[in-house]
Design a binder for this molecule. Structure first.
Ligand SMILES: [Zn+2]
Length: 271
């Protein structure tokens, strides 16, 4: 599943070939994604130009002169850009075609992704406006998490995966950051100290930054006519390593389920 680093890497990988170019057409082969693609998407985009592109949480926002489109990759969505004519394969649901011959193509086997439009400020859109601060932004720090968590009883892992608390921290990086900060994922968020929250906010930023850097090596794969790049491999210390040895203390890592998601931690290193 694409997490924040994949979304950021995708955005960087496609930006160069889609900005400041006039759009010739939008081709929809299957509009039944998580929400239906708006019926007027073709007329909304025709002859327009993307003037800038940003990521907010796990959403890609492509700004037009007026309005914007929002893209979410869902569980299995991928984007790529290429020049020329390449017959679409199964699961390649839509294309945005530019007048200079380049195409932005979306693939999604599980169809939980989204493509939506807005005529006004995308930050006022109902999917965006309630999102918490960016984990790599200036307003995200230990003090913020500490204040936000007082009197909260939910487990710390669920707390940092709540997009209203901080946006874009998915299951993989929640596991990794809690290991790095030495905090047990089941601990109640309201009893964790301010200094531990400082460790945790730093761990979240660092794990995401490292993954984005690792993904940077795959940037060239985003302009490939045949296939979108796979999600890149990350060096993970606990996620998907249940039952294996802790890299710190060699004790066996424990795996449990929290909110139906896999949680892996070290009973010795995380308290
Ligand atoms: Zn350990």
């Amino acid at each position: 599943m694409p997490e924040l680093p994949e979304v950021e890497t995708t955005l960087r990988g496609i930006s160069k070939e889609i900005l400041n170019k006039e759009i010739r057409s939008f081709v929809c082969r299957d509009g039944k994604l998580r929400w239906p693609i708006p019926k007027n998407m073709a007329s909304f985009l025709k002859n327009k130009t993307f003037v800038s592109a940003i990521r907010r949480g796990k959403y890609i926002i492509l700004y037009l002169d007026k309005g914007a489109i929002l893209i979410h990759l869902g569980m299995s969505g991928k984007l790529r850009v290429f020049k020329g004519t390449v017959a679409p394969k199964k699961h390649e649901h839509w294309d945005i075609c530019f007048k200079d011959g380049w195409i932005l193509r979306y693939t999604d086997t599980r169809k939980f992704g989204a493509l939506l439009s807005t005529k006004s400020d995308p930050f006022a859109h109902k999917l965006i406006k309630f999102l918490g601060p960016e984990p790599l932004g200036n307003s995200f720090n230990g003090d913020y998490l500490f204040k936000k968590s007082r009197k909260r009883t939910l487990p710390i892992k669920s707390f940092i995966m709540d997009s209203k608390v901080v946006t874009g921290v998915g299951n993989i990086y929640a596991n990794e950051a809690l290991f790095m900060a030495g905090i047990r994922p089941t601990k109640k968020s309201g009893v964790i100290s301010k200094s531990k929250y400082e460790d945790l906010s730093a761990a979240i930023s660092l794990t995401l930054k490292e993954a984005i850097e690792a993904g940077g090596t795959t940037l060239k794969d985003y302009s490939n006519a045949d296939e979108a790049p796979g999600y890149f491999k990350k060096e993970l210390k606990v996620y998907d390593r249940g039952g294996e040895a802790c890299l710190n203390c060699k004790k066996k890592l424990k795996e449990i389920r929290q909110s139906n998601r896999a949680t892996v931690y070290c009973v010795n290193c995380q308290n």
